[in-house]
Ligand binder design. Structure first.
Ligand code: NI
Length: 226
């Protein structure tokens, strides 16, 4: 399941964040790559302990946890502290699958990467290339969103970032461990949740609303690990 989360930040907010990031001290992106993915990765990242990265990361998490679509789709249990990357002209990240478990630097906490999230900070018309390409169960999807918007996709997917051929692409990327490990189960829960929400304005008093809500919680109880 691939979910777009539009306007997590407004255009103005995204611009202000991008300007802060443009002046940051970027390092080689291979610092967080595994042995295999390091061979196909060419970009820059903020170090995991960067004070600017931590500050902006907290803002990203705050915004996400207040977003109903994200909360319903991801059912988050743990969120990896957001990382930030920059692809300058000529840089790319070839096909790979992210490591299944990520340690949070400076803590003993580990996150299972059930979901990946990319939050775009650069307007799509200001750079060429740089599409996030995800091989989903429905085939090949190319994602290049407005500044301030994010895409959430299964951590199990093969994905890449096409080479940037003009300008630069700045984004935040990180992972979510969900209460519900399986993408197919999460997708069913979201579908049921959305359907109930759509019924509410018309038939909020109907007895079946309570039954359907009960089914949602009973499925969540069956599938969730807390
Ligand atoms: Ni990746």
């Amino acid at each position: 399941m691939l979910i777009e989360i539009p306007e997590l930040f407004s255009t103005q907010e995204a611009l202000a964040i991008r300007q802060q990031l443009e002046g940051a001290d970027w390092v080689d992106g291979r610092v967080t790559a595994g042995h295999q993915s390091g061979k196909v990765k060419s970009n820059r990242q903020l170090p995991e302990d960067s004070p600017l990265g931590r500050e902006l990361g907290n803002r990203v998490i705050e915004r996400l946890t207040g977003n109903n679509l994200f909360m319903a789709a991801a059912l988050p249990r743990k969120i990896f502290p957001p990382l930030f990357n920059l692809y300058a002209s000529g840089e790319s990240f070839g096909n790979h699958i992210d490591n299944a478990i990520r340690s949070i630097s400076g803590s003993t906490e580990r996150v299972r990467t059930d979901l990946s999230l990319t939050l775009f900070f650069t307007e799509p018309d200001s750079y060429d290339g740089g599409e996030l390409v995800i091989e989903d169960t429905f085939g090949h999807q190319e994602v290049k969103l407005a500044a301030g918007s994010a895409v959430l996709y299964p951590g199990t997917s093969l994905h890449r970032v096409n080479a940037v051929t003009r300008g630069a692409r700045i984004s935040s990327f990180f992972w979510v461990q969900s209460l519900v490990r399986e993408d197919s189960e999460r997708a069913l829960l979201l579908q049921l949740d959305v359907a109930i929400q759509r019924l509410m304005p018309d038939v909020s008093e109907h007895v079946s609303i309570k039954e359907l809500t009960g089914v949602y919680h009973n499925l969540l109880r069956r599938w969730a690990d807390v």
